[in-house]
Design a protein around this ligand. Structure first.
Ligand SMILES: *Cc1c(COP(=O)(O)O)cnc(C)c1O
Length: 365
């Protein structure tokens, strides 16, 4: 059925929305397509949310704390920052939308890699931001020399999505120093899967550079994609802009369950470290198993791998896997149409993927 849009604003008519990865209704599938955590969230996070619900007066009757102060303080303590250097929102997608509205709606273009998170061009379109896409090198790494041009902003995911490649912190420093009058945004949705997070993350640089914004999320490494919590770390002057924008749009982006669950998740350091380490181990094993099958796998610092099999169409492989109940992500897009992005699952899920792939390849050859 075609939609009658005659009552739509010109703005609404001209939107080109983001298309998220599939969330199948039935759950007998091995779901390796949207980089969710294969493990459940911290039991302490679940208990904290249950406590909100079982509170006698039912706390949900009341509005939540508008600035999520307790959660922000917990995040500040975790990273050794001040409260005024932390912002939270309804998923990092919302935080990123506010970032675009605050820092990129200017005159000069926003620079971003040609292959990156596909929501960035959508936000640029929504907010009327001119972009310039900068090609990754042939090995899909970022060449910071290519960013030496006039701009009002730069956005990159580190590790990059969907490649999984990590840009070294020295390069990030050079990039920020190169552009003192532009805002540089590093989307660290997957940073907790870098072998050495403390070393790889740019969070500690926000005191050194007043033009740096880091975004992170609870959706991947904290297994809370369904709760919708994301955050940004930056100099207080930039955080103040995000606060002003948020309060001009939705003053209560995080409900009471989200604030309580996210806070307890950050406090449960032991659980987080254990699960993060297990996923890293599983990623390494999955990489090896794919290589044994003949795949070329990019070096990944994320909870997914980006892999290609010479002399095979990735679209065909993705289809054949789907028929066997295993879903992975394929982007029908120049430069990466021969690749599959495969989320790291549990040991059993990864084994199922490898078994099915082995069967498929035996039939094809
Ligand atoms: C998953 C993801 C996000 C969005 O995270 P939410 O907090 O779930 O909105 C942002 N950036 C990248 C690169 C991602 O992969």
């Amino acid at each position: 059925m075609s939609i009658d849009n005659r009552l739509w604003s010109t703005k609404a008519k001209n939107l080109s929305p983001y298309v998220p990865g599939e969330q199948p209704k039935h759950d007998n599938l091995v779901k390796l397509n949207t980089n969710e955590n294969p493990y459940p969230p911290s039991p302490k996070a679940v208990m904290a949310m249950q406590a909100v619900l079982s509170n006698e007066a039912c706390a949900l009757r009341l509005y939540p704390e508008p600035e999520s102060d307790e959660l922000r303080q917990t995040l500040a303590d975790y990273h050794g920052l001040g409260l005024d250097e932390v912002f939270v929102g309804n998923g990092s997608d919302e935080v990123l939308a506010l970032v675009f509205a605050c820092f990129f709606m200017k005159q000069r273009p926003l620079l971003m890699p040609d292959i990156s998170y596909s929501f960035y061009p959508v936000y640029a379109d929504t907010f009327g931001v001119t972009t310039q896409s900068i090609p990754l090198k042939d090995d899909f790494s970022i060449d910071i020399k290519e960013y030496h041009q006039s701009c009002d902003g730069i956005i990159l995911a580190n590790p990059n999505a969907p490649t999984g490649r990590l840009l070294p912190i020295e390069d990030i420093k050079k990039l920020i120093a190169m552009h003192p009058d532009a805002v540089v945004v590093i989307d660290e949705a997957y940073i907790d899967y870098a072998d050495d997070v403390k070393q790889a993350s740019a969070v500690r640089l926000i005191r050194q550079f007043d033009n740096l914004v880091i975004t992170q999320t609870f959706s991947k490494s904290r297994a809370l994609a369904g709760l919708r919590v994301g955050m940004a770390f930056a100099n207080p002057n930039l955080i103040a802009a995000l606060m002003a924008m948020k309060n001009s749009f939705n003053s209560y982006p995080l409900d009471r369950l989200a604030q309580a669950g996210a806070k307890a998740s950050v406090e449960d350091v032991a659980y987080f470290e254990d699960k993060r380490t297990q996923v890293i181990k599983l990623r390494k094993a999955l990489t090896q198993d794919l290589q044994t099958l003949g795949f070329t796998v990019l070096p990944s610092a994320a909870n997914f791998v980006f892999a290609t099999l010479p002399n095979h169409q990735a679209a065909d492989l993705s289809q054949a896997l789907r028929q066997e109940g295993v879903i992975v992500r394929h982007f029908n897009q120049p430069r990466i149409k021969d690749y599959l992005r495969i989320s790291v699952g549990t040991q059993a899920q990864n084994q199922r993927l490898i078994d099915v792939l082995t069967q498929i390849l035996a039939k094809m050859d």
